[in-house]
Design a binder for this molecule. Sequence first.
Ligand code: ATP
Ligand code: MN
Length: 463
Amino acid sequence: MRREKIAAVLASEKIGAKTTVMGWIKTKRESKGGFSFIELNDGSCLGNLQIIADKGLPNYREEILRLQTGCSICISGTLVASPGKKQKVELRAEKIKVIGWADPARYPLQKKRHSFEFLRTIAHLRPRTNTFGAVARVRNAMSFAVHAFFQERGFIYVHTPIITGSDCEGAGETFKVTAFDLESVPKKEGHVDFEKDFFGQPANLTVSGQLEAEAYALSMGDVYTFGPTFRAENSNTPRHLAEFWMIEPEMAFCDLDGAIELAEEFLKYIFRYVLENCKEDMQFFTRFIDPGAIKNLEKLVSSHFERITYTEAVKILSKMNEAFEFPVQWGSDIQAEHERYLCEKVFRGPVVVTDYPKQIKPFYMKLNEDGKTVKAMDVLVPKIGEIIGGSQREDDHDTLYNRMKETNISPEDYWWYLELREFGSAPHSGFGLGFERLIQYVTGLSNIRDVIPFPRTPGNVNF
Ligand code: ATP
Ligand code: MN
């Protein structure tokens, strides 16, 4: 059974051609003259192919009349010009084979519209809806664009480990990895005896691939990771998942400015790619999810990324007579409300904030000559705030060692990371970007649970 994808059929507009398509019935209605009209979708595009089945088909009475939303069918027929406005071609069925029935009493996607909350409870079926089909296609296109961007620039794709012995920067809580029988965990002097566990020491799921990516950058030059990361933070917000995908480029012989330039090029490349390759789905998001979806991307692609230091940002924010929930004060973190204010009210576009106080940033960021700030950069965009966080990394062995001591990180645990600063150390920089936050920005979907196929959040690991 050879099938043609509906996307190809609709694009070809080959009137008179024979074809075979397979898919799932979106809707079906009967007309008086003994015709059935079926809207068929196969996931290849947002649009449905209209099928006309007439009573002359041998199984019209026994099967076609009984077909309902959700059934899967195979149709062979001839493409004809459509009298309707929505599509140029439709398929006149010569043979329809029922592949899978869907009991209308039990199939949950009967209504035209369902709430996102309800659809999260049927994550196995929600890709059959227009919204989740569109998200899946845009997510796919964006994944491809991420690789295309880095590959075109000669970056090497590195698979960093999912299970690690270090918890990087302590970015959020980690999930423990163990082979112990949790009913009878070996103890020694009242504590868990990790020497008896699979790895002979505590282990956890990675929160970031950065440290290992640095090792490869200091051999391969320009590298990137694009893989899953895990955080057991119990934050039930529309922007946090327990399992999410992260993009982390790392470049040797590159300073902070180089990382900022790459971040700007990267965002513009991805957005341009989506605008050019996901037109139909982006029009859908603009119509039903966020009226600004396309305009926001177009604006960002042609915008200039403003650059200011953290110190300047604090000065600007404290001059504004704005009642922020969190006070602005040199030395404390800039909150999402401040980030959005800078982008939306002050600069009216993306802003890169650099040189943060060392006490609010991780140990591995390169110390500036003032001894107080680090070569960090956050890319802020309207509506979201921080979308990218990065830095130049500390490449001086002794400074890094001292920063570890200052921040209570054990140098013994990171012996290999320190060694990279002993053998051919070099300036290097990189950044991290949460893939789902990027998809939220593109699609306008307000809840992060709706841009990943099977979201993992506190209390929710099935659906
Ligand atoms: P936030 O303050 O929003 O929790 P963070 O400061 O913990 O973010 P980083 O540790 O810098 O974030 O992680 C890099 C990127 O990963 C962030 O910019 C964000 O896009 C994304 N990210 C972080 N935590 C999550 C999460 N729980 N779910 C989805 N994406 C996340
Ligand atoms: Mn966090």
